[in-house]
Design a binder for this molecule. Structure first.
Ligand code: PLP
Length: 357
């Protein structure tokens, strides 16, 4: 199978080889050293400030989203939540669950965030801005300069879910004034699922200090205290943290984050060129390098997903809910090559020849 979904994605050989090894005991100086290197490399690749910190939470990306909300926001906050799809909706539900007052900017599927969407919130006593930089469900990549300017002007605490865009599109945490950056191990980090990575600005660290977290397992005070010595409060997904280490070193050796973003952009552009002439429409106003969301004009998206899986041995990424039959996505993160896309495009062309699409 070739995997073109947006997570879990394909891992490099070095990362897979670690998955086959015994999981070592972790309360050791060696594992602490590895964790401190993980922190340094994530900080570097996120362009976080020197006095930022990074923690690794055992759980998928959503654990990082909930950890951020529970550890830095309180009912005294007033948040703006961008909701352009299922991941934005998840933040809405998290604010409801944790009783964080909020207003929602609801964007229709595929639509970009524009200055007029934010105008009514200017100078209205909001404290916090919560956004998924890339709304993976619809493939819309938001304008972070617009968001950053708005937050700086209104002195807002800025939580950014970068789960599918970290390492795929540019992100400069310090310049943007972002306070929390969240990513997950199974997206562009191209490791198995199970670890959520969070970078925290000094302002975020202060909020953590001042906020009572009503969950012991996801209490960032404990995670940060332990991370000072390269450890975690509980047994983490040790094997995945070792794989993340190998992957971060791989990116560093291949030219760093800029080179990785360039590589991903090249794959995305190659695929988008190759599908010209096929009965697919790109349905996002603002694309990330991580994924191409497509509307097939002549067949059901889900039927195409099933055909490609069952008859051609490849996974493209289906959509759920009311987009099940109208949209599928093709991912560009993970260990993929142009030759992989040639196979996918050949399969699409074959389906076209057979009159299926
Ligand atoms: C994948 C993803 C998540 C996290 O999903 P998990 O299944 O919990 O890992 C959150 N936000 C975005 C934007 C994502 O792409």
């Amino acid at each position: 199978m070739i995997n073109f979904t947006v997570g879990p994605v394909q891992s490099s050989e070095a990362v897979r080889a670690i998955g086959a090894e015994q999981v070592p005991y972790f309360r050791t100086a060696e594992f602490s050293q590895l964790m401190l290197e993980n922190e340094t490399l994530v900080k570097k690749f996120a362009y976080a400030s020197e006095d930022s910190r990074v923690v690794f939470i055992t759980g998928s990306g959503s654990a990082g989203m909930e950890t951020a909300i529970m550890n830095t926001l309180t009912p005294k906050d007033k948040a703006i939540v961008i909701n352009g799809g299922s991941f934005g909706h998840r933040f809405v539900e998290l604010c409801e669950l944790h009783e964080i007052p909020f207003s929602e900017v609801k964007l229709p599927a595929g639509k970009a965030l524009k200055p007029e969407h934010l105008k009514e919130f200017e100078g209205k006593g909001y404290t916090t801005f919560v956004v998924n930089k890339h709304e993976t469900s619809t493939g819309v990549h938001y304008d972070m300069d617009l968001i950053s300017d708005f937050c700086k002007r209104n002195n807002l605490f800025l939580i950014v879910d970068c789960i599918s865009t970290f390492l795929a599109d540019p992100f400069h945490m310090e310049e943007l004034g972002a306070d929390i950056m969240i990513t997950g191990s199974q997206k562009a980090l191209a490791c198995p699922p199970g670890i959520s990575v969070m970078a925290l600005s000094p302002r975020a660290l202060k909020r953590v200090e001042e906020t009572k977290c009503k969950c012991q397992y996801l209490d960032l005070k404990l995670a940060l205290k332990n991370a000072e010595r390269g450890q975690t409060p509980w047994t983490p997904a040790v094997g995945i943290l070792r794989q993340i280490h190998a992957r971060l070193l791989e990116i560093k050796a291949n030219g760093g984050v800029e080179a990785e973003i360039k590589r991903t952009a090249a794959l995305a552009n190659y695929f988008r060129e190759q599908i010209k002439g096929l009965p697919f429409e790109i349905v996002s106003e603002s694309l990330s390098n991580a994924v191409t969301p497509l509307h097939p004009t002549t067949a059901s998206a889900n039927d195409i997903f099933l055909k490609i899986k069952d008859e051609y041995g490849m996974w493209i990424c289906p959509n759920g809910g009311d987009m099940k039959d109208t949209i599928f996505r093709v991912g560009h993160i993970g260990a993929l090559t142009n030759a992989d896309y040639d196979k996918l495009v050949d399969a699409f062309k074959d389906l076209q020849k057979k009159g299926f699409i």
